[in-house]
Design a protein around this ligand. Structure first.
Ligand code: CU
Length: 113
């Protein structure tokens, strides 16, 4: 290997190492609970531009559907269960969500900033 090739090779290796490290950093998990047909917390703040995972626990005795039209998410969380919902990196803004089965009380929003 010439010196120039060696240098190019090392740069390529470094790029792979950096890419692997970025992938290894798991997205942040944010817990949210459903109880008495309400979300807690009702407001979730996230960093814009970073994907994350909502960890939704339904403490009620009936299923609830986590739904956000803006985020294009619809996920049923059975009674007493916890579901993980991956959310893409968001632009700054407010993204409302509801529990579709109890929309009058189960309301919240994600604020990306
Ligand atoms: Cu729905």
């Amino acid at each position: 290997m010439t010196r120039r090739l060696t240098a190019a090779f090392l740069v390529a290796i470094a790029a792979v190492v950096v890419a692997t490290a970025a992938r290894a950093a798991d997205p942040k998990e944010i817990p949210i609970t459903i109880e008495n047909n309400r979300f807690s917390p009702e407001e979730i703040k996230v960093k814009a531009g970073e994907p994350f995972v909502l960890v939704v626990t339904n403490k009620d005795k009936a299923p609830e559907e986590f739904e956000s039209k803006d985020l294009r998410i619809e996920k049923v969380v059975p009674a007493g269960k916890t579901m993980k919902i991956r959310v893409r990196a968001l632009k700054p803004g407010t993204y409302p969500f509801v529990g579709e089965y109890h929309e009058k009380t189960a309301k919240g929003r994600i604020i990306a900033e």
